[in-house]
Design a protein around this ligand. Structure first.
Ligand code: 13P
Length: 238
C-alpha cells in the first residue's frame, strides 16, 4: 500500500470543483490509499466514496474563539481524516513557524485527524549542503513537542514545488532514508515518508522505483482528474 495525496491548493473555483466532483467515482485507488485535500468550501459536497477526505489547513489557536479559523472539531464533523501541516507555502507566505505546527498537530490529534507534516529544504539550503541539517531541525523541533501518533512525513523540497523540477531519484532516496533514520533513532518509530514536488503522470514511473518511498504528494498535476487516474494506474502496476 502506498499513499497518493492530492493537494489542490487554492486553485479550483466552484465550477472547476463541480466538474471534478462528477468524475470522482471513476477513481480506483485499489490497494493504495488516496487522500484528497480540497479547499474548505467544497468539503461537504465532495463525493468521497472512493478516497479519504483531507484538509489543507487547521487552526493553531486551540480552544480560542477566532473569526475565520477552522477547528479540528469542525473539520472532523465534515468527515476530514487528514490535514496538511507545515507546507512550505504556509511557512513562506503565512510566516507559520514551529509553534503553529505543534498546535495544529495537537488540534488535529485532539479531534482524531491524521497529520501530514511537510518538510523540505530551500534552494539556498540545498546549494549550501544544509539539506540534512534543515530536515533534522524541522523534524525534531516539532515532533519533540507533540504526541507521536498518526503522523505521515511529506518530504517536499521547496525548490521542486510548482517549478517542474523534480528532485533526482538518488537525492530523494537518500533524503527519505535520512528522515526515516532520524525518526527511528530519536523516537524508535517508523512513520511513512512521502515525496512531493512537480510530480506528474510521466515522472511517476521513475519515482515509483524509489523503494524507500511510501507515497506521493501531488499539487498541480492533480487538478486534472485524468492525471490522478494515470498516476493511480502506475502505482497499481508497481
Ligand atoms: P506541485 O506538484 O504543483 O509541485 O506541488 C507540490 C505540492 O506543493 C504538494 O503539496
Amino acid at each position: 500500500m502506498k499513499y497518493l495525496i492530492c493537494n489542490f491548493k487554492n486553485k479550483m473555483d466552484v465550477r472547476d470543483f463541480q466538474k471534478y466532483n462528477e468524475h470522482l467515482m471513476e477513481l480506483n485507488p485499489g490497494e493504495n490509499k488516496l487522500i484528497m485535500c480540497f479547499s474548505t468550501p467544497y468539503l461537504l459536497s465532495v463525493n468521497h466514496a472512493k478516497f479519504v477526505l483531507g484538509s489543507q489547513d487547521i487552526s493553531a489557536l486551540i480552544d480560542e474563539v477566532v473569526t475565520g479559523e477552522l477547528t479540528g472539531h469542525q473539520l472532523a464533523s465534515c468527515g476530514v481524516k487528514y490535514v496538511l501541516v507545515g507546507h512550505s507555502e504556509r511557512r513562506i507566505w503565512k510566516k507559520e513557524i514551529n509553534i503553529d505546527f505543534i498546535n495544529k498537530i495537537t488540534e488535529a490529534q485532539n479531534n482524531g485527524i491524521n497529520v501530514i507534516y511537510c518538510i523540505g529544504e530551500s534552494l539556498k539550503e540545498k546549494v549550501d549542503n544544509k539539506t540534512e541539517e534543515v530536515l533534522e531541525k524541522q523534524i525534531k523541533e516539532v515532533l519533540n513537542n507533540v504526541t507521536l501518533k498518526n503522523i505521515i512525513i511529506a518530504y517536499e523540497p521547496v525548490w521542486a514545488i510548482g517549478t517542474g523540477k523534480t528532485a533526482l531519484k538518488d537525492d530523494i532516496a537518500n533524503n527519505v532514508k535520512f528522515i526515516k533514520q532520524i525518526i527511528k533513532e530519536n523516537y524508535d518509530l517508523n512513520f511513512p515518508v512521502l515525496y512531493g514536488g512537480s510530480i506528474n503522470h510521466d515522472n511517476i514511473e521513475d519515482l515509483i522505483e524509489i523503494k524507500e518511498l511510501d507515497g506521493f504528494l501531488v499539487g498541480s498535476a492533480s487538478l486534472d482528474w485524468q492525471n490522478v487516474v494515470k498516476i493511480l494506474d502506475t502505482m497499481h502496476k508497481d
